[in-house]
Design a protein around this ligand. Structure first.
Ligand code: C2E
Ligand code: MG
Ligand code: MG
Ligand code: MG
Length: 292
C-alpha cells in the first residue's frame, strides 16, 4: 500500500512512521477536501500606524478547522498545499474572500483600510498571476490600491527575469507588493532598488530582541533607515510588548502588527474591534504607550 506514496493522493500509514510523519499524512489526506467542506476560514490581523495607533490595514491569514485534526496551523498545511498544488485553488479562494471582506468593510465606512494577502512561491510563479488578480479585483469591485501582496525574499530571488515581469505587471495594475519576513532570507539588497516594492515587513525574529538585544536593534534600525531612504514603507511584525512598540516608533518604523495590538480575528470580531477602538492598543497598562 505504501507503494503509491508520492504518486496518488492518498498515502497510508505504516507503523514505522513516527508521530510527525503520521500527522503530516493525515493533513495531506484531508486538505484536498477542506475547501469543499467549508473548513477553511480567513482571519484578519490589523496593522497599525505606530504614531497614532489607528488601524491602517489588515492581513488575511488562513485557518483550517477540521473535526478530527482540530485547528491546523498554516505553518503546517501551507507547505502541503504548496507541494500538492492545492495552493493555487486555495490561494484564489483566500484572495477573493479577502477582497470581498475589505469591500464590505469599505461599505461600512472603514474605507481607508487596505488588505494584505500572502502569496506562496508556487502562486507567484504562475504566468497568469497578474491577470488572475485583475479578475478578482474586477469581480469584487475593489480598487487595486487597497490590495497588497506579501511574498518572501526567497520568492523574489527565484527566476529573476520572470519575477521582474510579474512585479512590473502588479505595479502597473496598482497593487502593492510587500517583502514578508524580511531579513531572514538572503536577498541582494540591490533588488530593493530595482524592483517595485512598496513595503518591507521586518521579521518577528528581530522584533523579539527589542529592546534588549543589541544586534537585533542594529539590524532593525538599519532595515528601517535603508527602506525609508529608498522610499519603501516599513511594517514590524510580531510586536508583543509596549516597549517594542515604543522603540519602533522612536526609530521611525511606520507601521506595526502583533499581539500587542490584536490577534488575527474572524471577520465579525475584526469589525467589532474597528467599531469600538479607533486606537490600538486599548487595554489597560498597554494603553499608556500612546502617552509615552
Ligand atoms: P506571516 O505572513 O509572516 O504571518 C505572520 C504570522 O505571525 C501569523 O501566523 C500571525 O498569526 C503570527 N503573529 C502575528 N503577530 C504575532 C505576535 O505578536 N506574536 C506571535 N507569536 N505571532 C504573531 P499564522 O497565521 O500562523 O501564519 C503563519 C504563516 O503561514 C504566515 O506567516 C504565512 O507565511 C503563512 N500563511 C498564512 N495564511 C496564508 C495564506 O492565505 N496564503 C499563504 N500562501 N500563506 C499563508
Ligand atoms: Mg505575511
Ligand atoms: Mg510575515
Ligand atoms: Mg513572519
Amino acid at each position: 500500500r505504501a507503494k503509491r506514496q508520492g504518486h496518488g493522493r492518498y498515502v497510508f500509514y505504516r507503523p514505522e512512521m513516527d508521530a510527525n510523519a503520521h500527522w503530516m499524512l493525515q493533513l495531506r489526506n484531508n486538505l484536498h477536501r477542506a475547501l469543499d467542506r467549508d473548513e477553511l476560514h480567513v482571519y484578519y490581523q490589523p496593522f497599525v500606524d505606530v504614531d497614532s495607533g489607528t488601524v491602517t490595514g489588515i492581513e488575511a491569514l488562513l485557518r483550517w478547522q477540521n473535526d478530527e485534526l482540530g485547528m491546523v496551523s498554516p505553518v503546517d498545511f501551507i507547505p502541503i498545499a504548496e507541494e500538492t498544488g492545492l495552493i493555487i485553488e486555495i490561494g484564489q479562494w483566500v484572495l477573493r474572500a479577502a477582497c470581498r471582506e475589505l469591500q464590505r468593510l469599505h461599505a461600512r465606512g472603514y474605507d481607508h483600510l487596505r488588505v494584505a494577502v500572502n502569496l506562496s512561491a508556487r502562486q507567484f510563479r504562475q504566468t497568469d498571476l497578474v491577470a488572475q488578480i485583475a479578475d478578482v479585483l474586477a469581480e469584487t469591485g475593489l480598487a487595486s490600491r487597497y490590495l497588497e501582496l506579501e511574498i518572501t525574499e526567497t520568492v523574489l530571488m527565484e527566476q529573476a527575469g520572470a519575477t521582474l515581469d510579474t512585479l512590473h505587471g502588479l505595479h502597473e495594475l496598482g497593487v502593492a507588493v510587500a517583502l514578508d519576513d524580511f531579513g531572514t532570507g538572503y536577498s541582494s539588497l540591490s533588488y530593493l532598488r530595482r524592483f517595485p516594492i512598496t513595503y518591507l515587513k521586518v521579521d518577528k525574529s528581530f522584533v523579539d530582541g527589542i529592546p534588549g538585544e543589541k544586534g537585533d536593534l542594529t539590524i532593525t534600525r538599519t532595515i528601517v533607515a535603508m527602506a525609508r531612504s529608498l522610499g519603501i514603507r516599513v511594517t514590524a511584525e510580531g510586536v508583543e510588548t509596549a516597549a517594542q512598540g515604543k522603540w519602533l516608533r522612536h526609530w521611525n518604523c511606520e507601521e506595526a502588527q502583533g499581539y500587542l495590538y490584536s490577534l488575527p480575528l474572524a471577520a465579525d470580531d475584526l469589525e467589532w474591534l474597528l467599531c469600538n477602538h479607533d486606537m490600538l492598543p486599548v487595554s489597560g497598562e498597554i494603553g499608556t504607550l500612546a502617552d509615552n
